[in-house]
Design a protein around this ligand. Structure first.
Ligand SMILES: [Zn+2]
Length: 145
């Protein structure tokens, strides 16, 4: 955790504080950055202005890079969250479909049982009443059975 010296906001890490500073207190952030750029005593003798400028630009580039990195991290997290919720939804749908399939399987096996029972009943019924074709016709009196 890093605390903002300007408003006391708690920031998660130096990167977040950096971003917070440049978003909320750009003036102070700039001053701080320039503080770092102040030449040391040795350099004060002949402060090469161009070198200071180059350093300032480098510093700004670093700030921009940091901001982009933070933004990229934020987008990555957002995307990961979205994927996670989508995955959870898909899992729920699949679970529901599996349940429906199991129910249909159950219905099918029940139907199968009933068809089997119907076949048994039918064959029993057929045994009780002889088929007309098997009946002896009057002109087949010489045949047995
Ligand atoms: Zn602040």
């Amino acid at each position: 955790m890093a605390k903002c010296k300007q408003c006391g906001t708690d920031c998660q890490g130096r990167g977040a504080l950096f971003k917070h500073m440049w978003h909320e207190h750009p003036k102070e952030a700039r001053e701080q950055a320039l503080q770092h750029l102040k030449p040391t005593n040795e350099q004060k003798v002949h402060p090469p202005e161009q070198e200071v400028l180059v350093r300032a630009i480098q510093q700004e580039l670093e700030v921009i890079e940091q901001l982009y990195e933070d933004e990229l991290d934020r987008l990555k997290n957002e995307y990961a969250e979205k994927l996670a919720t989508q995955e959870a939804q898909l899992r729920e749908e699949i679970a529901l479909l599996e349940l429906q399939i199991a129910q249909k399987d159950q219905q099918l096996s029940e139907l199968n049982e009933r068809i089997k029972e119907a076949h048994i009943l039918l064959s029993q019924e057929q045994r009780r009443t002889p088929e007309p074709s098997k009946k002896k016709r009057w002109w087949e009196f010489w045949k047995r059975g």
